[in-house]
Design a protein around this ligand. Structure first.
Ligand SMILES: [Zn+2]
Length: 99
């Protein structure tokens, strides 16, 4: 397979994964609300398949929790399942990546 073809296949797969996740109610591929193992809510930039800020495990990834200041596995949360207060709290804790 030529390099350009395999690149196209990878991009195609990422697009499909993003569409599937969105159909399930997750806003993947931008600002998403995530919950860490200790229940803290925050927002992060989530780009599927791209290891921007942590170890991407598909629907969970290891990253630094800006609320509890600890490392944890985080998973995306459907915004529709949160109360207004939870949503506000999550949006006020945006995970800023400092290399
Ligand atoms: Zn936390």
């Amino acid at each position: 397979m030529k390099r350009s073809q395999s690149f196209g296949a990878v991009v195609g797969l990422l697009v499909v994964a993003t569409v599937v996740a969105r159909r399930r109610g997750y806003r993947i591929g931008g600002n998403v609300v995530v919950r860490c193992r200790q229940g803290h809510l925050s927002t992060t930039i989530w780009v599927p398949g791209v290891k921007l800020k942590g170890l991407d495990l598909g629907l969970a990834k290891l990253q630094h929790c800006p609320v509890g200041q600890h490392w944890s596995l985080v998973t995306p949360v459907r915004e529709s399942t949160l109360t207004d207060e939870e949503l506000r709290s999550a949006k006020s804790h945006h995970d800023l990546w400092v290399p």
